[in-house]
Structure formats: structure tokens, C-alpha cells
Design a protein around this ligand. Structure first.
Ligand SMILES: C[S@@+](CC[C@H](N)C(=O)[O-])C[C@H]1O[C@@H](n2cnc3c(N)ncnc32)[C@H](O)[C@@H]1O
Length: 314
């Protein structure tokens, strides 16, 4: 994929960047660089001296951003790693805290568009789905190794797939004959497993299964939980964190963890006195999530399920 094709229309860009209140000279983390929409907007809003430390576990996103070296110089620091390592990565650079953090979760358009990455049910390709190519586990290895029960749980939990157990049983029968290695093979199998009547309405029948697999392959919810835990310790003063999610599983985690950071006591409600010692470290800024406006929705189909939540360090 060449540079001109590495394009991703940023979601909730203005809202997320404004929420961080960028200042000249501030230091910001963009945990999900992608094609750089939020990173560049933060660099522009914090010029001439603001810096952005941008993470992406996908080497293509990092390589793509290298071309902005001339424009931003050492104001832009690129880290090819999972954002779950944010605290240790910052510490290794001698940075204890930053002035704001943004995370725009999920996959980027270039990842979906590049057929051979195996993220899309619209193209026939090897079942890969790894955002980080250094990882061993791919979608194919996962489909080959999980038990029928584990497959059912994965499809139900991460895809909220109604036909989870039926699809899992079809996967197990198919792989007894030949390994499931391509997206096309998986799509055919899903179509065979889901009754025709159920396939006639709603989204593509493979949508939920592909979402579930992608989340599992990349341990997306595990990484998000680890990140959310670290956020208060990474912020200074009244710095803010902004997180954009694209499905209810992610949004629930962000909402619950921000609420927990904002509580003084996390003892069971009936406990006679507080023994937990938990103290609030953050204040929730968005009681209700910020959603894309009509114009953005009309302009960008990917924005449809987006929700932005913001919390501020106390
Ligand atoms: C939705 S895109 C970000 C788009 C970006 N904000 C833009 O405007 O171009 C998500 C990006 O985050 C990366 N990513 C997802 N989860 C990650 C994680 N746990 N650690 C690091 N990068 C991650 C993906 O590889 C992808 O490039």
C-alpha cells in the first residue's frame, strides 16, 4: 500500500482534540496512531513546541508516519508497540506524566482495505487479522486450536453472535476435514451455519464472527483494560484522557473504569465502614458519551457506532 492510499477518515476528531485542551509545549500521547488524524491535529494545536508520543502496534502505521519527520521533526515520537505498555514506555523515555492522552480504538481503514491482512469478509485472503505481525496467534491458529466450547464463548462474548454454538460446531466439523485458513472459507461456513431466514435481514452474516475473531486475536479488551488502569498515573495536573470506542463491549469497559477512577470508596454497598482505602483519581467529564454530529454521520459510515468519553485527572 503506498502513502497516498494510507488514508483513514478520523472520527470525532475535533471533539476529541478539543477535549484535551492542547497547549503549546504540552506533551500528549496518541495511543492509536493509525493514519495520524488525531496525532496531526494534536501537533497542530500544540505548536510550535508541543509533542506527541504516538503508539501503534501495526508497523505499517508507524512506517506511514515516518514521512512527517520533515514537517514535525522531534515533536513527533513514534512507538511501535501496544498501548498496554504505555507507562513503562513513557518511563523508559524519562517521561513520568503527560498533558493528555487520546485513544481511537479498533482497526483503521488501511487495515480493512488491505485484503491480505484478513480483516475483511468482503475479500478472500488468509485468515490473519493480527494488528501486530510479531505476534504468533492469528485468526487461523485460533480457529484451529480453540475447543468447540471456547469458540462458542468467544463468538457469544466478543461478537454477541446469536448463532454462536451452531457456528462453533460447523467450525469444528470443517476443521476435522481441512484446516480453516481463508476468510472465504470461513464466510462460506458461516453462511452454511446461519439459517437462510436469519441471513435475509440485518448486516452481513459474517460481521459479528469477524468482529469476535479480531477482538480475540488482538486481545483488544485485555489491552484496553490494562490501559485504562494506567491512565491516572500517566496524567499530570488536570490533564485529560479521551477514548473513542466503536462497540458496546469497549464502551462499557471505558465507562465502568472511568467511573471507578472517580470513586472515593469501592467497598461493597452494605459494608459498615470503608476498608478499601480507594481514593478518586479522576473526574468524569462526559456523563453521557459524545456522539458524532449529523454531518459527520452523513459523511463517514464508520462514525455510526462511535462514542467519545473523557475523564480528567483530579
Ligand atoms: C481506528 S485506528 C486510529 C485512526 C487514527 N486516529 C486516525 O485518525 O488515523 C486504530 C489504530 O490503532 C491501532 N491499535 C489498535 N489497538 C491498539 C493497541 N492496543 N495498541 C497499539 N495500537 C493499537 C491499530 O493498529 C490502528 O492503526
Amino acid at each position: 500500500m503506498n502513502e497516498s492510499e494510507f488514508v483513514h477518515q478520523p472520527v470525532l476528531l475535533r471533539q476529541a482534540v478539543e477535549a484535551l485542551r492542547p497547549q503549546n509545549g504540552g506533551v500528549y500521547v496518541d495511543g492509536t496512531l493509525g493514519a495520524g488524524g488525531h496525532t496531526r491535529a494534536l501537533l497542530d494545536a500544540s505548536k510550535p513546541a508541543g509533542r506527541v508520543i504516538a503508539f501503534d502496534q501495526d508497523r505499517h502505521a508507524i512506517a506511514n508516519a515516518e514521512r512527517w519527520r520533515k514537517e514535525y521533526g522531534d515533536r513527533l515520537l513514534l512507538i511501535h508497540d501496544n498501548f498496554r505498555t504505555v507507562q513503562t514506555r513513557l518511563a523508559a523515555m524519562g517521561i513520568k506524566t503527560v498533558d493528555g492522552m487520546v485513544f481511537d480504538l479498533g482497526v483503521s481503514s488501511p487495515q480493512l482495505d488491505e485484503a491480505e491482512r484478513g480483516f475483511s469478509y468482503n475479500n478472500d485472503a488468509l485468515l490473519d487479522m493480527r494488528m501486530d505481525h510479531r505476534q504468533d496467534r492469528s485468526a487461523a491458529t485460533l480457529l484451529g486450536s480453540l475447543s468447540e466450547r471456547e469458540l462458542t464463548v468467544m463468538l457469544r462474548q466478543y461478537g454477541e453472535e446469536k448463532w454462536a454454538s451452531r457456528i462453533a460446531s460447523f467450525i469444528v466439523s470443517e476443521r476435522a476435514n481441512r484446516a480453516i485458513t481463508t476468510t472465504g472459507q470461513l464466510v462460506d461456513l458461516i453462511k452454511a451455519a446461519v439459517p437462510a431466514a436469519a441471513r435475509r435481514t440485518g448486516p452481513h452474516p459474517a460481521k459479528r464472527v469477524f468482529q469476535a475473531l479480531r477482538i480475540a486475536v488482538n486481545d483488544e479488551l485485555g489491552a484496553l483494560e490494562e490501559l485504562l488502569e494506567q491512565i491516572p498515573a500517566c496524567l499530570r495536573g488536570s490533564a485529560r484522557a479521551a477514548v473513542i470506542t466503536f462497540h458496546s463491549l469497549e464502551d462499557r469497559l471505558v465507562k465502568q473504569r472511568f467511573a471507578l477512577h472517580a470513586r472515593d470508596c469501592v467497598c461493597p454497598p452494605k459494608a459498615p465502614r470503608c476498608t478499601c482505602g480507594h481514593r478518586a483519581t479522576m473526574r468524569v467529564i462526559t456523563r453521557k458519551p459524545i456522539l458524532p454530529d449529523e454531518r459527520e454521520l452523513a459523511d463517514n459510515a464508520r462514525a455510526r457506532s462511535a462514542k467519545l468519553r473523557v475523564a480528567e485527572r483530579l
